[in-house]
Design a protein around this ligand. Sequence first.
Ligand SMILES: Nc1nc2c(ncn2[C@@H]2O[C@H](COP(=O)(O)OP(=O)(O)OP(=O)(O)O)[C@@H](O)[C@H]2O)c(=O)[nH]1
Ligand SMILES: [Mg+2]
Length: 324
Amino acid sequence: MPARSADVADLVARARAGQPRAVARLISLVEDASPQLREVAAALAPFTGNAQVIGLTGSPGVGKSTTTSALISALRGQGRRVGVLAVDPTSPFSGGALLGDRVRMQEHATDPGVFIRSMATRGHLGGLSWSTPQALRVLDAAGCEVVLIETVGVGQSEVEVVSLADTTVVLLAPGMGDGIQAAKAGILEIADAFVVNKADRDGAEQTIRDLKHMISLGRREIRGARWRPPIVRAVAARGEGIEEIVTAVDEHRQWMLAHGELERRRARRAAAEIEAIALQQVRARIGDLRGGTALDTLAKRVLVGELDPYQAADQLVAGLHESP
Ligand SMILES: Nc1nc2c(ncn2[C@@H]2O[C@H](COP(=O)(O)OP(=O)(O)OP(=O)(O)O)[C@@H](O)[C@H]2O)c(=O)[nH]1
Ligand SMILES: [Mg+2]
């Protein structure tokens, strides 16, 4: 894409007026880490903090996209504006889909109250693209009342979606060995609600029993107050259990508001974001020090025993205070 500079204020105004093309352009600006990234971030800031952010995670094929699609319909039925970030290259939203899923998404494609975007994984933070928090800010500022983030539950991405979402929904399905996987991946720790999807299949009751057992073993407490993650049975492919998921997520939000947990989570999210940006800046400045030679020079001095690594690191950090 050519480095054409955009009128950011105008884009933000049009995004807030609900123009999908403006939303898409703003996300592209933050996604490409364009020179206008800072300008965009500053322009969005006053309008952020309103969206209810819901993360959906679970093993490949468990039904995340089907559930997301059904949730969009339910939330639209309540008149809520919805944004979707699919952080998964195999997701139907990114076009790597089964035909049926794509057809299902068509009903939302023409709805101006829905904005769907898939994000490239890019490997920066494992499953989650590093620009996902910024894309989330765009959707939030654009007036999406709910933002759904779909991430495939592999490796670290479950944990990362937690750092972005207000409420994390973990999906399981019978016969996928999820019970054991869940225990291993620490999924119990991150779930604010469980969905046992594909309840039309054999083994759903067993999956629910396993889950209840695990929950009873590993209850969490948050400053005395306790949220017990509900278990929702769903057949997402038929739209069953979807209203119950919406209810569970909204009840969790009410509970968090009542216990100060929403603010705590969001403060943690902001802190992590600031830290990541600051570390990136420090790393870039170290790379630039003395025309990029500072680190190499220090390394050579450590190699010949002139400095120990701690002294060298002190010098490097001291160098950051010099004029750039
Ligand atoms: N039997 C049954 N099949 C379902 C149900 N929900 C989804 N499926 C099917 O399961 C398959 C996978 O669904 P997706 O929604 O694409 O799953 P996903 O978790 O988004 O998959 P990835 O994004 O690839 O990780 C599709 O063929 C769906 O039609 C359900 O409730 N019952
Ligand atoms: Mg998917």
